[in-house]
Design a protein around this ligand. Structure first.
Ligand code: S3P
Length: 447
């Protein structure tokens, strides 16, 4: 962003009445990145409907174009990708700028590792702070060479392997990004790639690999999984329908829980079981949630969510739930601040390496608005009094879209308005967020 342009500031305040209506949240970010990437690696034309039209996904589209795939957007919002086939991507002429997107950067490392080309990747100030060794270290076993800044930070340069070797790796942190990077590299390695994850993480890559015709087996092993992928399959173009993003749905969902009298319907939200931790937690907190019209779209379960306002109570969120709701903790913490009693969210170490250090930034967001909050080790504790917090704070968003949206949801409940210092990054995952919330009756305005 141009430093000379001041960042867009927004505030939210308690609306005069309940939130009500039916709104469709934008397409799933994880599935959107993958649809473009697998489309670029397949033979033939992939058509994608419901793709998230956000900054992060546009970075992936631009990277796939820079690698030689044809990626076009039709007036009706459908995207088409003419793929180059596995191993067929071309050397990019310039630096690949992945903007704010960790998923785009890490998955792309996997693709580049097994293509015989040289590429340089960078990102914005937030992404340049994030750890990349978690992917580059295991990917080096394929024969790829990575050089990067101190601490494995971007910008980094990749010399992809000429003849990539298949990798066997046990992922030490619960990360779908690391798992997916290894599977993407394995697509162009002769033989079997084996990825073991000690805790199951979102399996959109596995689902989409099957959808595109790859040979893949997934074995449940305790709380985790072992994935075997046979390399160099013929990946065939396949149409993809992207469901609504459950991580984006979390914001209007929790807003509807908190604003008295509200009733909101969110149709077509993805309900992949490995993304549903927030629904389970809100249910335990006493939220009024109903899933209607369950169906399957493009290999992923979806449904319509109906949320009514309800009094919430504090709960203990177990650490093994974290992978299935990793992006939802900031907004869950907002819900907890309006609940009665303490909510302890356990095992949030991974939150420290998101678009910001979300563990401390979430605590700061709440503290700035009169909420009693503490960090104990990797746990976040939020003490709710059963009444809405005071509000009135200015929240530092640290280039993090989810902090900005969480703060704006909080302001719909607090006594005084809540301001965010920079709402610009909301466009990375949820373009049109403020308008969509206003269409439900939310009071969100320039600050
Ligand atoms: C994602 C995985 C998660 C999540 C991110 C999207 C993905 O990150 O936080 O927003 O699409 O694979 P990690 O895999 O690093 O936990």
């Amino acid at each position: 962003m141009d430093a000379a342009i001041s960042p867009p500031r927004l505030l939210s305040r308690r609306p005069p009445g309940p939130l009500s209506g039916t709104v469709r949240v934008p397409g799933d970010k994880s599935i959107s990145h993958r649809a473009l990437m697998f489309g670029a690696l397949a033979v033939g034309e992939t058509r994608i409907s419901g793709l998230l039209d956000g900054e992060d996904v546009r970075r992936t589209a631009a990277a796939m174009r820079a690698l030689g795939a044809e990626v076009t957007e039709a007036a009706d919002g459908t995207w088409r990708v003419a793929g180059r086939g596995i191993g067929g991507l071309l050397e990019p002429e310039d630096v690949l700028d992945m903007g704010n997107s960790g998923t785009a950067a890490r998955l792309l490392c996997g693709i580049l590792a097994s293509h015989p080309l040289f590429a340089v990747m960078t990102g914005d100030a937030s992404l340049r702070r994030r750890p990349m060794r978690r992917v580059t270290d295991p990917l080096a076993a394929s024969g790829a060479r990575f050089t990067s800044r101190e601490g494995g930070r971007l910008p980094l340069a990749v010399e992809g392997a000429r003849l990539a070797l298949p990798i066997e790796y046990r992922v030490p942190v619960p990360s779908a990004q690391v798992k997916s990077a290894l599977l993407l590299a394995g697509l162009n390695a002769a033989g079997l790639t084996r990825v073991e994850e000690p805790e199951a993480t979102r399996d959109h890559s596995e689902n989409m690999l099957r959808h595109f015709g790859a040979e893949l087996s997934v074995e449940v092993a305790g709380a985790g999984r072992v994935i075997l992928l046979r390399g160099q399959p013929e990946l065939r173009a396949a149409d993809v329908t992207v469901p609504g993003d459950p991580s984006s749905a979390a914001f209007p969902m929790i807003a509807a829980c908190l604003v008295p009298g509200s009733s909101v319907v969110l149709p077509g939200v993805g309900l992949n079981p490995l993304r549903c931790g927030l629904l389970a937690t809100l249910d335990e907190m006493g939220a009024s949630l109903r899933i209607e019209n369950r169906r399957s779209e493009g290999g992923e379960p979806v449904g319509d969510l109906r949320v009514d306002a309800a009094a919430l109570r504090g709960v203990d969120v177990p650490p093994d739930r974290a992978p299935s709701m990793i992006d939802e903790y900031p907004v869950l913490a907002v819900a907890a601040s309006c609940a009665s009693g303490t909510t302890r969210m356990r095992g949030l170490r991974e939150l420290r390496v998101k678009e910001s250090d979300r563990l401390s930034a979430t605590a700061a967001l709440l503290a700035a608005n009169g909420v009693s909050v503490a960090i104990e080790g990797d746990d976040l504790l939020v003490h709710g009094s059963g009444r809405p917090p005071a509000g009135g704070g200015v929240v530092e968003t640290h280039m993090d879209h989810r902090l900005a949206m969480s703060a704006l949801v909080l302001g719909l409940a607090t006594e005084a308005p809540v301001r965010v210092d920079d709402a610009g990054f909301i466009d990375t995952s949820f373009p049109g967020f403020a308008d969509l919330m206003r269409s439900l009756g939310a009071a969100i305005e320039p600050a």
